[in-house]
Design a protein around this ligand. Structure first.
Ligand code: ZN
Length: 158
């Protein structure tokens, strides 16, 4: 079976930045499942994985342009601590999804100063060159329900 649209793919992966520092890998984050062709992964990654088979190893270097863009200082700003009332605990480094007109946006708390919280709305990988190493572990057809939901159901075996 080859990777094509609407296949569920399970990957062993390692992600390093331009300096070779490991940002994430299977040990830290677990094996990576995704549905091919739904935009779950960066387009440049899906393009590299297209047509590949179980057991193949793939390396992809993703430029800032193809990845998460430049780091923008204007995306760092203060908001009132009141916005976090629903959370039990907030702390430096906490990542959370802010609801925006364009959907959820991953943000990071940079610092907390009295009743103000300094937010970084840049993607954590903005401004970085990303090197992905993948090994394809499994491929199967997505179920109708998975395609409706747009995500992998891990209880369905490969
Ligand atoms: Zn679901």
């Amino acid at each position: 079976m080859k990777i094509e649209k609407n296949k569920v793919v399970l990957l062993d992966f390692e992600l390093t930045d331009g300096d070779g520092i490991v940002l994430e890998n299977t040990e830290t984050s677990g094996e990576l499942p995704y549905i091919h062709g739904l935009g779950n992964l960066l387009p440049v990654l899906e393009k590299s994985l297209e047509g590949k088979e179980v057991g193949q190893n793939i390396e992809v270097r993703v430029s800032k342009e193809d990845g998460y863009g430049e780091y923008d200082e204007e995306n760092v700003f203060y908001i009132s601590k009141d916005n976090f009332e629903q959370l039990d605990d907030i702390y430096e480094g906490l990542e959370f999804n802010a609801q925006t007109e364009d959907g959820p946006l991953l943000c990071t708390i940079k610092s907390i100063e009295d009743d103000q919280v300094l937010i970084d709305a840049n993607h954590p990988y903005a401004g970085k060159t990303l090197n992905f190493k993948f090994k394809i572990l499994s491929i199967r057809d997505a179920t109708e329900e998975e395609l409706e939901h747009g995500h992998v159901h891990m209880d369905i075996p490969f």
